[in-house]
Design a protein around this ligand. Structure first.
Ligand code: PMP
Length: 494
């Protein structure tokens, strides 16, 4: 096939779009994936049972189109949230629901609703909003969050411009902070002629109440009171179904009708048979759902505590992630560098190179094992930084004689990008290490970092897997030119 960068056949829109870039979905399983806010626990076992039941019936399973309006799923959602089917809309992930929301309520140039009035949205929020803004020609008025990253509702009420709509994530992403229901009511009251969208992708990780699926903090019940309110949610986070792609909106029936019209002008069957069956089964297993949410909240609280002890600044999270600013004792507080050091150790977190938040990292809550692995790495980094500062001091004091000391050991951590594995080697002198590093580099292996032990204290990053080991000079009978090590290395990855 001829590859071409020729865009002459593209529409102007396709040329000018600046698409959303999702977090990395790595190819290796052994990476500790804390970057895209997926749930670390599997979905309810009833979900796969329900999907298998659909597949068993070969005659209908995948041959026939699915039910276009997903009525059974909408009925189950309505029952779960104490609503009517007409107040519920479903789509292929809440991203698709949000796209339709932009097209229905914010899109401009129609000469009627919202024409030339900008959409009000926080400066720091879900990065898909600006992309949809561009896709649907929605002018935006970006309203800065307060210094503590909270939403100042007054800014939305007293802005000079006419308001063409409001969209806010609650809990907000990537901060994790929660707005009160009173603030949401204030917005709905103050802007009765605009649609107010509250994106509740993470709301189930806010304070949990009972087994019904209703959460303190959710604005879902307010749709009965405000005909201009749309609340969106997703099965991707709290229900561990990011791979199934199911999202929903709750609103007054007339807003739902607009969404349905838009959907049927774009794709009449956004949810396939498997997604509809799986989502229904997930809703029906409310005990499992509550249990998973509670586990994630408990793990979040533990992680917050541990990170605080490591002197991270941690924003109060109501989501399944934490938004943190590292202390200067870890990679000099440089978040981007910390993200890349962690990546080299097989741990992926999310860094945003954006104004106001470039000092922060967003870390998804993992399983206990994943969180421990992260913490071990951070602890080791913190200690190694402190030690290397001490070593620098000592080496200054001893007039640069450190290389000659007997009690020094040198470590080298290598990462093989093809396998995702890393291994740490230890050397008795710096020249040997340097030689090895040179050879390893020429073989395409990435040198991650070097460490020095000092006065019997060995500083080492946390191993990235059980198989990781420190190979001492005696273990590997280190040859002068490093060749033996290199052969060992090659063998270990065969
Ligand atoms: N809203 C927010 C704030 C999000 O972080 C996400 C996840 N990236 C979504 C919506 C979309 O989630 P999904 O399409 O998986 O339902």
């Amino acid at each position: 096939m001829q590859s071409s960068t020729n865009q002459r056949l593209w529409s102007t829109k396709a040329k000018t779009l600046d698409p959303y870039v999702p977090g990395e979905q790595p190819k290796h399983d052994n990476l500790c994936k804390l970057n895209t806010n997926e749930n670390p626990f599997p979905p309810s076992p009833k979900v796969s049972q329900a999907i298998e039941e659909v597949l068993v019936n070969q005659a209908t399973a995948l041959r026939l189109y699915p039910e276009p309006e997903s009525d059974k799923l909408r009925d189950t959602l309505a029952k779960t949230y104490g609503l009517q089917r007409e107040q519920v809309f479903v789509g292929n992930g809440s991203d698709e629901v949000l796209a339709l929301v932009f097209a229905c309520f914010f899109m401009q140039g129609d000469g009627k609703l919202a024409s030339a009035k900008p959409l009000f949205t926080p400066d720091i929020s879900y990065s898909f909003y600006p992309v949809y803004g561009m896709t649907f020609d929605v002018e935006r008025k970006v309203i800065p969050l307060a210094d503590d990253f909270s939403v100042n509702v007054d800014d939305y009420i007293h802005a000079d411009e006419d308001c063409g709509g409001i969209i806010i994530a609650n809990p907000n992403a990537p901060t994790g902070l929660l707005m009160s229901l009173a603030d949401i009511e204030t917005l709905c009251n103050a802007r009765p002629d605009s649609v107010v969208v509250i994106d509740e992708a993470y709301i189930d990780f806010a304070v949990v109440e009972g087994k019904s699926g209703l959460k303190v903090g959710s604005a879902v019940n307010l749709i009965e009171k405000y005909d201009n309110l749309v609340v969106t949610q997703t099965f991707s986070k709290s229900r561990s179904l990011a791979g199934l792609r199911v999202g929903m909106a709750f609103a007054n029936p007339s807003l739902i009708e607009a969404l349905t019209r838009m959907k049927n002008s774009f794709n009449s069957y956004p949810l396939d048979r498997l997604a509809q069956a799986g989502a229904i089964a997930s809703l029906e297993d409310s005990d499992y759902f509550s249990h998973v949410c509670q586990q994630v909240i408990r793990l979040r609280d533990e992680l917050v505590q541990a990170l605080t002890l490591l002197e991270f600044k941690v924003l109060e999270s109501h989501a399944n992630f934490v938004f943190v600013k590292p202390p200067t004792s870890i990679v000099e507080g440089n978040s981007e560098q910390l993200a890349s050091v962690l990546r080299e150790q097989g741990i992926i977190v999310r860094y945003f190179n954006k104004p106001r938040i470039s000092d922060y990292l967003r870390i998804t809550i993992g399983t206990k094992e994943q969180n421990d692995r992260l913490l071990e790495s951070l602890q080791a980094l913190s200690k190694s930084q402190q030690k290397s500062e001490e070593n620098t001091e000592t080496s200054k004091m001893t007039n640069n004689t450190t290389n000659k000391r007997d009690d020094l050991r040198f470590f080298l951590k290598c990462y093989n990008a093809n396998t995702g594995k890393s291994k740490t080697y230890r050397f008795d002198n710096q020249d040997a290490l340097a030689e090895f590093a040179k050879k390893a580099n020429s073989k395409g292996l990435t040198i991650v970092d070097t460490h020095i032990t000092f006065l019997g204290v060995e500083l080492l990053f946390a191993p990235i897997s059980e198989e990781d080991s420190v190979i001492t000079a005696t273990d590997i009978n280190f040859a002068e030119d490093g060749s033996y090590c290199l052969n060992e290395w090659a063998k270990s990855f065969n």
